[in-house]
Write a protein that binds this ligand. Structure first.
Ligand code: MG
Length: 400
């Protein structure tokens, strides 16, 4: 017992880069002592806000800030039905903020609380892409010039650049792509890029769950000569059983997990060693408390971590990722989509990127803050999400 109690729990919504970010601020009975957590489910911001302020706040106010495990279980079990994305993000906002507070109380960075550092900097992978092969190569060279050694390469958006698709009459609006065209172009891209830059740089690729089971097996096999660091989300969570066939046929390393909500989605993949990297979105599974347990679980089976780190994670969430990365014995790589200058102004103290490595600052807690007045200048917008309306050439909806 610390004697310090939760006084208030508030949601801060902001979109400095045009993507809705959800941050939770937990205030305590100690003046000036508060914590920040990431609860970013960018496409359901009002639902997460309601869970935090209408349900979690009344549950938490007056409770001791020290008891993170107790409070996590209390939040997790409170609605009876559990493990959904909205609840998990709301819980994560509070959970990460409580770790931030605990670090401030201890006068230690969060990675010190978690056992201390296993490394001095966190290797990251960056995103290179282009509409054509030359553009992709230019994008790769820009990162290589900055000493980045892990680069994810994409030809166009997820699923590739769809060209001259033969669609039936009356098709609906959507993001169209052709699985065969995409697979063929992905191979062309790797062939071209490896012929230009050689094998001294680690390359990654995100399939973004666009392929059927057998096509995923085929792509992973066909990519073998290009020696990927990993192939990301080659299958949707619903089709994870196909990984057994894939593993029996290819040694292309596999990373999966940004859509996972529930431990039952990952435990069989890990215990059967069907994946090489776990890459959950840590707010989507409920924050630092479950992510830390997951990393330790993976360590026992030789699976490495590669937490999800795109633009729809807040800088507070990126900071939490980096603290976990600093300490995990089985850290693999960290996705780093980049944080803009305007986001750095809204969130002072973001981890620093230098020569392909990211470093947390040495302040107690997560070392990150939010300028609430500035955050208000970038309001969120509630709108219909369009990029998830992904369609096959005949108009059938596919997982995004
Ligand atoms: Mg991805």
């Amino acid at each position: 017992m610390s004697g310090i109690k939760i006084r208030d729990v508030r949601v801060i919504l902001t979109a400095p880069e045009g993507i809705n970010l959800i941050v939770v601020k937990v205030e305590t009975t100690e003046p000036e002592l508060y914590g920040l957590g990431c609860a970013t489910f960018a496409y359901r911001e009002k639902s997460v806000l309601s869970v935090v302020e209408d349900y979690l706040k009344p549950l938490l106010v007056g409770r001791d800030v020290a008891d993170i495990e107790e409070l996590w279980q209390l939040m997790h079990q409170n609605a009876y039905w559990r493990n959904d994305g909205i609840s998990n993000n709301a819980i994560s906002g509070v959970d990460i903020a409580l770790w931030d507070i605990k670090g401030k109380m201890a006068g230690m960075p969060v990675y010190d609380l978690l056992g201390g550092k296993s490394r001095t900097g966190v290797a990251v992978y960056r995103h290179a892409s282009g509409k054509g092969l030359d553009e992709i190569l230019e994008s790769i060279h820009r990162f290589m010039d900055k000493k980045v050694r892990h680069i994810r390469i994409q030809w166009g958006g997820y699923g590739g650049e769809a060209k001259s698709l033969n669609k039936p009459e009356g098709v609906l609006e959507g993001r169209y792509y052709c699985p065969d065209q995409y697979r063929h172009n992905a191979l062309r891209m790797f062939d071209y890029v490896r012929s230009k830059i050689g094998f001294n740089i680690e390359l990654l690729h995100d399939t973004h769950e666009r392929l059927s089971g057998i096509d995923a097996v085929r792509l992973a096999k066909e990519l073998e000569p290009y020696k990927l660091f990993f192939l990301e989300d080659v299958l949707s969570p619903e089709q994870g059983e196909w990984l057994k066939q894939l593993r029996s046929q290819t040694c292309t390393p596999i990373a999966i997990g940004e859509l996972f909500n529930n431990p039952k989605e990952w435990d069989y993949l890990i215990t059967n060693r069907l994946i090489d990297f776990i890459r959950v979105h840590i707010s989507q599974i409920g924050g630092i408390t479950p992510a830390r347990k997951l990393a330790i679980f993976c360590e026992q089976f030789g699976v490495r971590t590669a937490w999800h780190g795109p633009g729809d994670v807040s800088p507070v969430g990126h900071s939490a990722n980096i603290h976990l990365d600093m300490t995990a014995r089985n850290f693999g790589i960290q996705e780093w989509s980049g944080i803009s200058e305007v986001s750095e102004e809204v969130f002072p103290g973001v981890p620093e990127l230098k020569n392909g490595y990211v470093y947390p600052n040495q302040k107690p807690g997560l070392g990150i803050d939010v300028n609430e007045e500035l955050a208000k200048k970038y309001p969120v917008t509630t709108r219909i999400t369009k990029w998830t309306q992904t369609r096959l050439p005949d108009g059938t909806l596919n997982t995004p």
